[in-house]
Each structure stands twice: as C-alpha cells, then as structure tokens.
Design a protein around this ligand. Structure first.
Ligand SMILES: *Cc1c(COP(=O)(O)O)cnc(C)c1O
Length: 395
C-alpha cells in the first residue's frame, strides 16, 4: 500500500492553504530546494564545464526520462526530457506525419489545449496538411482512412474528461493512422499505460502533477517500433548521433534520444529529479483509487451544498481524470473569493471553476474545507466584492 501520509510530508504546503491547483503548478517538494542548492554549490560552482561529464548533466535527460517511464507505462530508454511541452508536441506530431507519407490529415478535438492546436495548425500550414478539429465525443466517428495522425490530450484541461486511449488508438491503427497522446493532465494523475494502449507517441509536461517546478522540462515517448524510424523535424545538435563530432550533416541519434533538440535545462532537471523521488513508493493503482475517492467526494459535497454550481466534468469516474470543474456565470469572482480564503483552485474562461486533486498531497480534509468554503462564499455572496472582479495576467 502506498503511504500517502508520507508523500504529503514530502511537500512544502504553505500554512493555511488548501491547494487544489496542482493540475496547473505542483507545489514544491522539500527535497527539490536542497537538491538544487547542492547542485549549485557542488556542481556548477566547483566543476564548471566539467559538470557535463562529472555530474552527469549530459545523460540527465535520459535518466530522468527513465524515472517518468514507470509512471506512464513505458519502458527504460523510451522517454527523453527537454524543451517545453509545446515544442514536444511539434516534435511528435511532425515525426508522426513523416511516418505516414501520402496522408495529410491531423485530427484533434475542441477540448484540446490551445497550444497543441496552434502547433498542429502551424505545422499543417507549413507542410500542406490539414488540421481537423471535432467535438471530443465525435473523435471516434471522425477517424477516416485519410487520417495520418490522431493528436489528442488524454484528459481535457477544462472538463477533466478522459479519452479511452486504448480504444481510440486501436481505431486509429485500423485506419492506418498513428497516435500522439498529450499526457499533461494524466502523468502523475491517473494510471497511464502507453504500452498497454499500444500508443505511438506521447508527450507531457512535468510542472503539473509531477511537481517539477515552474518551467520544468517536458518529456517525449516514442514506441520502440518507431524509435529508430521516426525522423525529427526539429533536428537539433543534442539529437545528433555524435553531437561533439560537429558534423555538417545531421544524423539522428538512435532511439528516442533523436527527439532531443538543444542543451538540456540542468537546474530544472535537477529539481525535477528530486521531485520524482516522491514517486518511488507510489503504486499507480493506489494513486488512481485515491484520485477517484477525492473527486467523487468533492462532487457529492458540492452538489449537496452548492446548488448554483453546475458540474462540468463527467460524472462517471471511469471517464474522468483527477480534476473536477463546476460552472457558474460568476466563476471568476467566486474563485478569487475562494483563493482569498485559502482554498486555491483556478478559473478557465468562460465560466469554469477548476479543482485539481493530486493524490500525493491532497487528503479528504482538503475536500471538506473546499466544499465548506465554497458553500459559505455562495451563501453569503462574498464574491460580489469589487476586489474579486479584477483580472490578473495569469488566471
Ligand atoms: C499545460 C499544457 C500545455 C502547456 O505547454 P507548455 O509548452 O509547457 O507551456 C500544453 N498542452 C497541454 C495539453 C497542457 O495541458
């Protein structure tokens, strides 16, 4: 059994805060602060450029990738770190497109994160392909024989709806297409099984449920059957077979390493590596069970005590990730009032209050406090105060 009291103790959670926004930015694992400090004083300070070899900075993207592999149902040597998720989406979709010459359609859904859609649209325009976007529940029916790449985010960032990765991948394969799965709201939140689902490519970020810190690098996974066939479009020197030969010609590294682009963010990877220590004793079935308990309790509590809020997430936990949304026309102001009382979720336009439940550090008492505070704010109309209606740059 996973010891979730111990995982909670591994985080710095500010006094008085109930944090339900780990789906945007995970809290700081205490070990990350010390590990980064040590890296600065013992590695960067003392080793200077020697740190690339002596401190293992050069191989860090693969080593950290191996630790993430276990959390997404992938094998060792199949995941590599670097860049931002947006760039990794481009790497995966463009490589998948090249593996399907003669086909030109990228299919996605309107629940996908805008950055993924922007990337696919720009790529499609550049190479003369077409991006088709349908409603999430129309994806299956839209898989047609002209499809090259099915590009989906498994768990919808706004509603928490979870696609059936195995079923949609099988449908795409039947049509002769490849799949790219974005795990931004899945990795560390649900029991992802890329190998079991027979997916082709996957990408994700590490600053949400994996708690790597703001700007932590993204990951990319390539199924072993494609790893030596996939041709990156962003051909960077760190993805070259011999970066320090400084060849004029590009020759891809073997396996997923070819998906690397440039110099890895060593400080950020060090923080992430420490954050991944927390996962060592965590079993994914326990994680999933706890996530379902937390989201079920929250939905039941809010529906019992806040009749003005409308559930914006699937009711069936099997079709839901680890977050819950509720709608209200004054959602923005209500969320600001909630944050002012120490319960931190976030708001997504036009009217969604979003609550992420991270089993590593959220407990049943967080659910009870969030429900109680929300009910009080709605009952008293606290959100009507002007100060809760001003918009900041980042919501
Ligand atoms: C959070 C998120 C992103 C953000 O991408 P960055 O490049 O890290 O800013 C992209 N796609 C999805 C699906 C996300 O949830």
């Amino acid at each position: 059994m996973t010891d979730f009291a111990a995982t909670r103790r591994a985080f710095h959670l500010p006094q008085g805060i109930t944090y339900l926004d780990g789906n945007s930015l995970g809290p700081m694992p205490i070990a990350a602060r010390d590990r980064v400090a040590r890296m600065m004083t013992e590695e960067w300070s003392e080793m200077l450029i020697g740190g690339w070899n002596r401190a293992g900075w050069y191989v860090q993207p693969r080593k950290v990738g191996d630790r993430i592999a276990r959390l997404i149902g992938a094998g060792p040597g199949q995941v590599v770190m670097g860049d931002t998720l947006t760039i990794k989406v481009f790497q995966a979709v463009s490589a998948a497109l090249r593996l399907r010459p003669g086909r030109r359609v990228i299919l996605s859904d309107s629940g996908n994160f805008p950055s993924d859609l922007y990337v696919a649209e720009g790529l499609a325009r550049a190479v003369g392909a077409e991006l088709r976007v349908v409603a999430p529940d129309e994806v299956e029916a839209a898989i047609a024989p002209d499809l090259a790449v099915l590009m989906l985010t498994e768990v919808d960032y706004r509603t928490g709806r979870r696609h059936d990765m195995a079923a949609l991948t099988a449908r795409a394969h039947d049509a002769g297409a490849l799949t790219v799965w974005d795990l931004a709201h899945s990795a560390g939140a649900v029991d992802v099984d890329l190998t079991g689902a027979d997916a082709d490519f996957a990408v994700g970020c590490t600053y949400k449920y994996l708690n790597g810190g703001p700007g932590a690098p993204a990951f990319i996974w390539t199924h072993p059957r494609h790893a030596d066939a996939a041709q990156p479009v962003l051909q960077g020197w760190m993805g070259h077979d011999a970066p320090f030969a400084f060849d004029m010609d590009y020759r891809p590294a073997s396996g997923v390493e070819r998906m690397r682009v440039g110099t890895p963010p060593v400080i950020a990877l060090t923080a992430l590596d420490a954050a991944l220590d927390v996962w060592d004793g965590v079993a994914l079935p326990d994680l999933r069970a706890r996530s379902v308990d937390l989201t079920e309790a929250f939905i039941a509590g809010v529906e019992a005590e806040c009749p003005d809020l409308v559930l914006n997430s699937p009711r069936d936990p099997g079709k839901r990730g680890s977050q819950v949304g509720f709608r209200h026309p004054q959602g923005y102001a209500i969320m600001q009032a909630l944050i002012a009382e120490g319960v931190v979720g976030d708001f997504r336009a036009p009217d969604v209050l979003r609550f992420g439940f991270a089993p590593l550090y959220n407990h049943a008492d967080d659910v009870a406090r969030a429900v109680g505070t929300l009910a009080r704010i709605l009952h008293k109309g606290t959100w009507k105060n002007d100060m809760f209606h001003r918009k900041a740059a980042v919501t």
